[in-house]
Design a protein around this ligand. Structure first.
Ligand code: GAL
Length: 416
């Protein structure tokens, strides 16, 4: 479409917006189905409803969003895209490259998004210089969630090194508790794995293997060690871990059945939703070995091209609501993440939220902020899925650590 035509269309839409009284509605495809996530969705639905925009819910369960992305593809192929979609990193770029996403430049310019959205996020929110998505948050994945009463009972201090982390888990296991709450699903295995990669090899190794996909790094001794750490962790999960949803693993820590969970800070949404307070009944710390780094993912809303002017208006209203500084506080307090905007005060956030905001800013400034592989911010969906397969096969005992590293090299090569 030419720029002129686009301007004419925008003008037509604006003209319509002042005259139509058609009910505005957004159909939102997302994967926020756990207790904490659903509560966060509720804040968005309420914000839209306050602005007169109706909500048609299209939830597709499955953490990490792979299933949601499969449903999205089917909807688009059938010629019936949802108006708005929760999306991560490289998926946004893929859909933008297909020309499927609406252009949000006018709203972005009017509201000055470029000044308040950090570079690391804009890299995914924009495609060829145009805004195609509105970021609602920043999550980070290299967290441990811990039950403080259990730590006290076991005499366990917050571990600062991998060895201390292993000793703490050993103490829990010896006392008859589940040391590590985990759900055996590919995306959860991968979420834990990326922290092992960072913990073993540090930022340079994470960049070389997960982002640059350097075959030497992928097949290196350090990668073997990362897989060996996964084997250690495998020895600390309970017998029923296979297929368990992540929020049920969080519930094990909440209920005092398990000591730790390695998970992104959406887990905090579960603790908060259960009425627990950070620094009291539960605590959070960075996965030992990854303390000076942050692996992040940002949930963004991409708007699909739709022709109905009322639907277009609703899309604009939704993007505007998502980017409101007040809304970013309300939403992220519930979601466990931190605001995508850099101009929002940390005052209302709990200990983990404040730590998250501070560390995110530090990592962004110091070059130690990296996109999460498990959550679509390090490499393309096809490479990500290839990595998932190897990580999960290894975690389930199909490969030893050496074979897994070799398989990773091959799988990534084929997926590119
Ligand atoms: C992530 C997403 C989070 C959270 C998590 C588990 O990919 O960014 O918002 O929903 O999956 O479902």
């Amino acid at each position: 479409m030419t720029m002129l035509k686009k301007l004419h269309m925008t003008a037509a839409v604006l003209a319509l917006s002042t005259t139509t009284v058609a009910a505005q509605e957004v159909e939102v495809l997302h994967w926020w189905t756990s207790g904490g996530e659903a509560a966060a969705v509720g804040t968005l639905r309420d914000a839209l409803s306050d602005g007169g925009v109706g909500w048609v819910d299209m939830p597709v369960a499955g953490g990490g969003g792979s299933d949601a992305m499969t449903v999205l593809r089917a909807r688009v192929t059938a010629g019936d895209p949802p108006t708005a979609v929760q999306m991560l990193g490289f998926s946004i770029q893929d859909w933008a490259a297909e020309g499927a996403l609406a252009n949000l430049n006018d709203l972005a310019a009017e509201q000055g998004w470029a000044d308040v959205v950090p570079e690391a996020l804009q890299r995914f929110s924009t495609y060829e210089g145009n805004w195609v998505a509105a970021p609602v948050n920043v999550h980070s994945t290299n967290w441990v969630w811990a039950n403080t009463a259990l730590m006290e009972e076991l005499g366990v201090e917050q571990p600062g090194s991998w060895d201390e982390f292993v000793s703490a888990m050993q103490a829990a296991q010896d006392a008859g508790y589940t040391a590590l709450a985990h759900g055996g699903q590919a995306w959860q295995d991968a979420t834990v794995f990326e922290s092992m990669v960072m913990g073993v090899g540090g930022p340079e190794f994470y960049q070389a293997s997960m982002v640059d996909l350097d075959p030497e790094a992928l097949g290196s001794d350090m990668m073997v060690e990362a897989f060996q750490r996964m084997e250690t962790l495998r020895g600390f999960v309970d017998d029923n871990f296979s297929g368990r949803d992540w929020n049920l693993a969080s519930a094990m820590v909440i209920n005092g059945d398990a000591l730790f969970q390695i998970m992104g800070d959406w887990a905090k949404g579960e603790f908060v939703n259960a009425g627990l307070t950070a620094g009291e009944e539960f605590t959070c710390f960075r996965v030992p070995g990854t303390q000076d780094t942050v692996t992040f993912n940002s949930d963004q809303f991409a708007m699909f091209n739709v022709s109905d002017p009322a639907a277009q208006e609703a899309q604009t209203a939704m993007a505007s609501a998502v980017m409101s500084p007040e809304f970013q506080i309300t939403f992220n307090l519930v979601k466990g993440s931190v605001p995508a905007r850099t101009d929002v005060s940390a005052d209302q956030f709990d200990m983990c939220g404040q730590m998250g905001m501070e560390q995110l800013a530090e990592a962004a400034a110091g070059g130690t902020l990296f996109g999460s592989m498990a959550h679509g911010h390090a490499n393309t969906p096809s490479v990500q899925n290839a990595m998932y397969d190897v990580i999960t096969a290894h975690f389930n005992g199909e490969y030893d650590a050496e074979t897994a590293a070799a398989e990773l090299v091959t799988a990534v090569e084929i997926a590119q």
